[in-house]
Design a protein around this ligand. Structure first.
Ligand code: ATP
Ligand code: MG
Length: 358
């Protein structure tokens, strides 16, 4: 039987509650399917890492993750860390950098029973995850941000052909399995060299996928188009900051950011991570919505099933997704969606549905 080793990083705030719920659902489906073994490997991250090993991402965590097929990452509350840790990369930034997780893949799809502002939509954003205008990503090149006088801050942007090429390939490969349409989002009319290189590289990569229709928009126009006609988009490829902003917008347009999943990948491994944060205001109250984390975990299984051509794992992912969606459709949901179920009640309802065969 195929065996997968999956790291489990609880993190801070609501992290332990939603990660536990996700692990329980996946363990229940794997047991029900009886075709796949998933070994979950708990590892310290965030406050737990600081308290047990003196670091939010201890070396032990990084070393063990290297031997995992992928991992489930909870949110972190880095703003609450002691001062010596605040100046460093936050835990997800550190893992993205350490493992060169260059592609952040964030789908936005309407869910039956959940109100969408833009009607039906089913799109996926490929966000370049290693460079652009994010100073922590550019530190390695000595290109962070700095003050040149007390009144002038300078922030560098880095755009490379290599990083643009690999995110474009990831997006076009996905487009071949979907509606064969890619929208490139940039601002090459203003930042001509940086976004120009990104746009030109994406267009160059597009030539290798002649079946895929290609279009491009400036980020500002794209924000408007997304609100007006979200359903016309399928695969969107963009740079780090634009992808960050656009995916929060898309997530909220189709329902709620609390439902929005994502994975970060480097082609060998993938990290599941809900789009929302650690929500310290509701931590420990058993009211957090675990769906964003659960659907991120389903994405991780989908990604692994494609990478290892494992139909059984694909089936495990579908069963989990179906049980999560049907539970919400049946009106069982957490308070943020207008329901009354606690995190554990909602999770138990999903597991019951799995055990009874749907
Ligand atoms: P971060 O800087 O970690 O991304 P943030 O400022 O974006 O944090 P979140 O932690 O995402 O903030 O929380 C924003 C609001 O959404 C909070 O009021 C929080 O309680 C709520 N929220 C976030 N995630 C969930 C969830 N899974 N279930 C219910 N409410 C949530
Ligand atoms: Mg946030």
């Amino acid at each position: 039987m195929a065996t997968y080793k999956i790291g489990v990083l609880n993190g801070d705030g609501i992290g332990p509650e939603i990660v536990k719920a996700s692990v329980e659902v996946i363990a229940a489906v794997a047991e029900y399917a009886g075709t796949t073994t998933i070994d979950f490997v708990p590892l310290p991250m965030g406050w737990e890492g600081i308290e047990t090993h003196g670091e939010p991402i201890p070396d032990l965590t990084k070393e063990t993750l290297r031997g995992c097929h992928g991992w489930i990452m909870g949110p972190h509350d880095s703003s609450s860390y002691p001062p010596e840790h605040k100046e460093k990369r936050n835990p997800s930034g550190e893992l993205r950098h350490h493992f060169d997780l260059y592609a952040n893949i964030r789908p936005s799809k309407t869910i039956s029973g959940i109100k969408s502002v833009v009607g039906e939509a089913d799109l996926v954003i490929f966000r370049e995850n290693t460079e652009g205008f994010y100073p922590d990503r550019n530190m390695h090149a000595g290109l962070g941000e700095y003050m040149i006088t007390p009144d002038i801050a300078v922030v560098n942007g880095v755009f490379t052909r290599k990083a643009s090429e690999r995110i474009a390939h990831a997006a076009f490969r996905m487009a071949m399995q979907r509606k064969r349409k890619v929208t490139i989002v940039h601002k090459a009319n203003v930042i001509r060299l940086g976004y120009g290189l990104f746009l030109d590289t994406c267009r160059e990569v597009a030539k290798q996928y002649p079946e895929v229709k290609v279009e491009d928009y400036h980020i500002d126009a794209m924000a408007a188009h997304l609100v007006r006609r979200a359903k016309e988009f399928d695969v969107i490829v963009t740079t780090n900051m634009f992808g960050d902003i656009l995916s929060d917008l898309a997530g909220e347009l189709v329902g709620s950011l609390g439902l929005a999943p994502s994975i970060n990948t480097n082609d060998q491994q993938a990290m599941a991570q809900a789009a929302h944060g650690s929500a310290p205001d509701i931590a420990g109250k058993n009211i957090a919505n675990p769906v964003g984390e659960m659907l991120s975990t389903v994405m991780l299984l989908d990604w692994l099933s494609a990478r290892h051509q494992d139909q059984n794992l694909y089936r495990v992912a579908r069963l989990a997704e179906q049980a999560i969606m049907e539970t919400m459709e049946a009106g069982i949901c957490t308070r943020d969606l207008g329901g009354t179920a606690s995190t554990t009640e909602f999770t138990a309802a999903i597991i019951e549905r799995i055990a009874s065969g749907g």
